[in-house]
Design a protein around this ligand. Structure first.
Ligand code: DQA
Length: 154
């Protein structure tokens, strides 16, 4: 099982960026933590962060043939990117949306996710642990889909 872990704009600044909201861990620290969990689960994870919407769109679309699922924090693009929404809709693999902070308890503009409408699930407000929670949930979800295909029930 292969999972792509995608992070959007400004998440390369984790550790330094508003630590009172996002914590002191860097993205590398978080990716290392996710990788440890991936090994435990027998899953292979690849990691990519970009500040560019088009790069993220390309990677979501290309992931369709290469990965079994995506864990993605679209960052600020969550709140306005119809291009990311359409890319998630365009692929047949499940995408779990992750937010480090509880976006529903923050400024008004952060309370709405345009991308969540296409996500298979959402994790928000658990800090960096949210990525690990999403990976575990995604693995179970894909396992369930595979079993259903084998049993011919979907
Ligand atoms: C975020 C929340 C977004 O509103 C913000 O723009 C981010 C990070 C989060 O992980 O909590 O960049 O996605």
């Amino acid at each position: 099982m292969k999972i792509l872990v995608l992070n959007g704009p400004n998440l390369n600044m984790l550790g330094k960026r508003e630590p009172e909201i996002y914590g002191y861990e860097t993205l590398e620290d978080i990716n290392d933590k996710v990788d440890v969990c991936a090994h435990e689960l027998g899953v292979k994870c690849d990691f990519l962060q970009s500040n560019h919407e088009g790069v993220l769109v390309d990677n979501i679309c290309e992931a369709n043939d290469k990965y079994d699922g995506i864990v993605m924090n679209p960052a600020a693009l969550t709140h306005y990117s119809y291009a990311i929404l359409d890319a998630i809709k365009a692929v047949s693999i499940p995408v779990i949306e992750v937010h480090i902070s509880n976006i529903h308890a923050r400024e008004e503009f952060r309370r709405h996710s345009v991308t969540a409408a296409a996500a298979a699930g959402i994790v928000a407000g658990f800090g960096s642990e949210g990525y690990v929670i999403a990976l575990r949930a995604l693995k179970n979800m894909i396992g369930t889909i595979d079993e259903s295909v084998e049993l011919n029930v979907v």
